[in-house]
Design a binder for this molecule. Structure first.
Ligand SMILES: [Zn+2]
Ligand SMILES: [Zn+2]
Length: 477
């Protein structure tokens, strides 16, 4: 069975995959509340003959669908949580009837999970047809947005049996994600004081809000003395109440503390903790540090990244018909940023005399119809819980352009395009690409050894989960 033949298995299941993706798109559930989305994916996996296990790693909405036995064990990662707080989709951009709701798939995760299911299906059929030994597992990973679901799963050893993990993210370009991401730790600092009449008996009060404000101020000063690879952001989630004539007895903020690896993030957290303690001391209040979640920085595996690039380049991207192209152009025209900025690390791998033409080609592409060149590893600024999987086993991921080139991240434009024909076609395209990587691994197990050798070099001490035992995943709010 050649690779193309194996990949084409999924063509007869396109309509079903689209249906599952639409169900997840309609459900649009937030982190760790993805009950309807899980049902849609789980029922479909069962109908396709996968052995499903729910609630894995102690996370209620985490699950796996497995087929085969023995080695190698290849995992495909899927996400399905949505976002809140996005602007509504204007009526003229609604491709499917949908009530305007507070949540939406503004990061394309309705496509993400389903494409990975498609890849697992191709591999199940491949194993059945070839009689080869090995196991494929689809991992339903909840709470990526602000929840670090995969880190909780990794803490419980869910990914330990994997030889390699493969995933993707819907995006604006077609490229292997060679860039890294930051480790982060999220902590809620809860100040408690003593309330009193703010005018009548101010000396009796101990203001929790004062404590919180002084903590925030202390962190502003810390910024001058932390490394360039550090970031700290916060939101005040309890201001202590509405009455200025009461000394506030409670106040709280959620802090997101980031750095380039777990060790540096933990060190930065230690310093933020000290500032919180100092602020409590100054105000005679107390502060409780509620560890919410953390995730590891992402580091893709070069050996697997090369395979991913080759598989992207080997498979022609689905075209976009005229009607859809009008929609793509309309989406682009609605976007705040009209100039497409080509990443410097991409330009760096293009010969100097070809760069101007390449930039022009990118500017003129309404939806990317070519594959970006492979770039070397580079530290990144965001965070993803795929980082924890990448620390457990060799991992690769790519972006496939499922949306118009000027689409901003986390936007209503992504919700709108999540049910477009071109997003659906490219979701299935990516199933084939990811399965292509897995087929390469099944046919050349020596590549797995090579990938593992590189992994061992990057993680000589193995994986240490940054989330302490006992901390449970929870929805925001
Ligand atoms: Zn996102
Ligand atoms: Zn996302």
């Amino acid at each position: 069975m050649d690779k193309k033949q194996a990949q084409s298995y999924i063509d007869s299941h396109k309509a079903e995959l689209w249906e599952v993706s639409d169900k997840v798109w309609y459900a649009a559930e937030l982190a760790f509340n993805e009950k309807k989305s899980v049902r849609a994916e789980v029922e479909y996996l069962k109908s396709q003959g996968f052995e499903v296990e729910e609630g894995i790693g102690g996370v209620e909405t985490a699950f796996s669908g497995r087929f085969g036995h023995g080695k190698p064990v290849i995992g495909f990662l899927g996400e399905f949580d949505a976002l809140g707080g996005l602007s509504p989709v204007p009526d003229e951009f609604q491709l499917l009837p949908r009530d305007q709701q507070a949540t939406g798939h503004g990061c394309g995760h309705n496509l993400l999970g389903v494409s990975s299911i498609g890849a697992a299906m191709i591999m199940k059929n491949y194993l059945e047809q070839t009689g080869k030994e090995g196991t494929v597992i689809y991992f339903g990973c909840p709470g990526e947005e602000g929840g670090s679901g995969k880190a909780f799963m990794a803490r419980e050893g869910v990914f330990d049996e994997l030889d390699c993990a493969i995933t993707w993210h819907p995006g604006g370009a077609n490229a292997v994600m060679t860039g890294g991401s930051m480790a982060n730790i999220q902590v809620k600092y809860i100040f408690k004081g003593v309330s009193s009449h703010a005018a009548g008996a101010p000396e009796m009060g101990r203001s929790a809000l004062d404590g919180l404000e002084l903590m925030n101020m202390g962190v502003q000063f810390l910024r001058e003395h932390m490394g360039t690879n550090c970031r700290v952001h916060y939101s005040i989630v309890d201001t202590g109440g509405l009455s200025p004539n009461v000394v506030q007895s409670h106040a709280a903020a959620i802090y997101l503390i980031r750095s380039n690896n777990n060790k540096n993030a933990a060190e930065l957290k230690r310093r933020v903790d000290l500032i919180a303690d100092g602020a409590a001391l100054m105000t005679e209040t107390t502060v409780e540090k509620d560890f919410m979640k953390a995730c590891t920085n992402y580091r893709g595996n070069n050996v697997l990244n090369k395979l991913m690039q080759a598989n992207l380049e080997a498979l022609p991207l689905p075209g976009v018909d005229e009607k859809d192209m009008d929609f793509v152009k309309k989406i682009n025209a609605s976007c705040p940023k009209q100039e497409y900025e080509v990443r410097q690390d991409i330009l760096d791998v293009i010969p100097e005399d070809e760069q101007a033409a390449f930039i022009k080609k990118c500017q003129e592409n309404d939806i990317f119809d070519f594959i970006m060149p492979l770039t070397p590893y580079k530290d990144g600024a965001g965070s993803t819980d795929v980082g924890d999987v990448s620390a457990v086993c060799p991992t690769t991921q790519c972006n496939v352009a499922t949306w118009a080139s000027k689409t901003p991240g986390h936007s209503w434009q992504i919700i709108a395009q999540g049910v477009s024909d071109y997003a659906r076609d490219r979701m299935v395209y990516c199933s084939k690409v990811m399965a292509g990587v897995a087929i390469d691994l099944f046919e050349n197990p020596a590549i797995i050894d090579e990938a593992k050798k590189e992994h061992k070099k990057n993680y000589p001490d193995g994986y240490q989960c940054p989330i302490p035992k006992g901390v449970k995943p929870r929805p925001l709010g």
